[in-house]
Design a protein. Structure first.
Lengths: 316, 166
């Protein structure tokens, strides 16, 4: 994957975060820094989470950092920790030049690592910086808004990953004693459906994820408790989607597509599942809404694989 | 008995206002490079339009626009938000955006992907401000025979909705 345009950055983030729910947290961090270093052709990439001065994960693709003598290695670690701390304190993106003694630091990095630019991006979730990503680049890179948004989206996923616990076990609610094979099969499928919803909630940092059938019957929900009835909300979502789909049909749409309702601080995204169900996600301001759409469509595709089970779930 | 969904006071537009509105919408199309713009009252009656001819009965389109918008407002209300705008992806990479235009009307805009979402939204918000200025104008009155009242549309809209939803 080379450096490129906004689509490339979102694709990168999508691919890097897709495994966030499947692998242990530490491995996810390792894969993340390696992916970022490869994408930006960085000499080194580090991720800092929390107040630890030591990086939570580091990538050193061409062993530039590993090849430093112990004194210079220690100096590099100090610079990296200073950048991480400065960014975590106020949530503002920094370069090495912004640090105290910036010119000397830049010269050191250029001499020892042949890097001409160093960026530290804040990882922000719920309005607070909780860590940073530092990239040591061999040449100038024209960072665009998409890069910043993409890296911010990584922040949301990382925050959720660092607080997730064991939410993604297939049978998260513990064993249920079922006597019938058919019921056990239902339960297994429902657990898999629940897992897809849990993962979507985790990736998007959404308030609520709702699964309903296209007639507006509520099937399942994940996320925050709401003040309103999920059944009423499901009915409204389904009626709005039915009108919008018919409207889109008059303008040449050949089937169900994504429907987005946007407000000042929240948005509702509705995606059809196997043309019989709807996946609805309520999310707050997100750095990269395009990624939310992509994650949700992927979840809808996975749910469609359980189409028959969904129909049965409705009956149950 | 079928419940009356149009209990609120009828919105009245005068012919000369509609002429001005049409001019504003025409300017909007030029600037935003959108394809079609419809001004629809909140009950689903067409007030003014500019751009390409609609692919289906306009009564049906406007009723569906109002229906989609009503659902999005109900969602916004349940979530404690002020209001939502909706984006409906259509065929051939086109999108339909629905926004509130003042207290009693909606703006529905179709645009191709080449015109960016944010560009269309920016110009649409400008149009909405202008339209609100027109509604609020103290001299916005006319002779009774100039009035275009929405009650005369009601039967037609009911028929269109029955045709769509059965």
């Amino acid at each position: 994957m080379g450096r490129g345009e906004a689509g490339d950055v979102y694709r990168l983030v999508f691919e890097l975060t897709a495994r966030a729910t499947d692998v242990p947290y530490e491995r996810f961090l390792d894969e993340l820094v390696e992916g970022l270093a490869a994408h930006y052709h960085a000499r080194a990439c580090r991720v800092h989470v929390g107040k630890e001065s030591r990086a939570a994960a580091a990538a050193d693709p061409d062993k530039s950092v590993q090849g430093l003598d112990p004194a210079n290695r220690a100096r590099f670690d100090t610079i990296d920790a200073m950048l991480a701390e400065a960014v975590r304190n106020d949530g503002v993106l920094r370069t090495a030049l912004d640090l105290e003694g910036g010119e000397e630091i830049v010269n050191f990095l250029a001499r020892e690592l042949q890097t001409s630019e160093t960026f530290a991006f804040p990882l922000i979730a719920r309005g607070k910086a909780f860590g940073s990503i530092t990239l040591y680049l061999p040449d100038g890179y024209p960072f665009e808004e998409a890069d910043v948004r993409g890296l911010q989206a990584i922040g949301n996923v990382l925050y959720a990953a660092s607080n997730r616990g064991d939410a993604f076990g297939v049978s998260g609610r513990g064993p249920v004693a079922l006597s019938s094979d058919k019921l056990r099969a239902y339960q297994a499928t429902l657990d898999r459906v629940g897992k897809v919803l849990d993962e979507l909630l985790f990736l998007t940092d959404a308030k609520t994820v709702l699964l309903l059938d296209s007639h507006g019957d509520f099937i399942a929900k994940r996320g925050e408790d709401s003040m309103f009835s999920s059944t009423d909300f499901a009915t409204i979502v389904a009626s709005g989607f039915a009108a919008a789909r018919r409207l889109a049909g008059f303008y040449g749409s050949d089937g169900g597509r994504t429907l987005i309702h946007e407000g000042d601080h929240e948005a509702v995204l509705v995606v059809p599942v196997a043309s019989r169900a709807l996946l609805c996600i309520v999310y707050r301001d997100h750095a990269a809404p395009a990624l939310v759409v992509r994650w949700t469509e992927t979840a809808a595709t996975r749910l469609a694989e359980h189409y028959n089970a969904l129909a049965e779930a409705r009956i149950l | 008995m079928r419940p009356d969904v149009r209990e609120e006071k009828p919105t009245v537009f005068f012919a000369k206002d509609v002429h001005q509105i049409t001019l504003v919408l025409g300017k909007f199309l030029q600037k935003s490079r959108a394809e079609t713009v419809l001004l629809v009252d909140s009950a689903g009656h067409l007030v003014a339009r500019q751009g390409h001819t609609s692919p289906a009965s306009e009564d049906t389109i406007t009723a569906l626009v109002a229906g989609t918008f009503a659902a999005s407002q109900a969602m916004a209300q349940m979530l404690g938000a002020r209001e939502f705008s909706s984006i409906v992806p259509c065929g051939d990479g086109r999108n339909l955006m629905i926004l509130r235009a003042g207290d009693h009307a909606l703006l529905a805009v179709t645009f191709a992907d080449v015109s960016s979402d944010s560009l269309v939204r920016t110009y649409a918000l400008d149009v909405i401000r202008r339209l609100e200025g027109l509604y609020a104008r103290p001299g916005a009155t006319g002779s009774p025979d100039e009035k275009i009242e929405r009650k005369e549309f009601d039967k037609g809209i009911d028929g269109a909705l029955d045709g769509v939803f059965g």
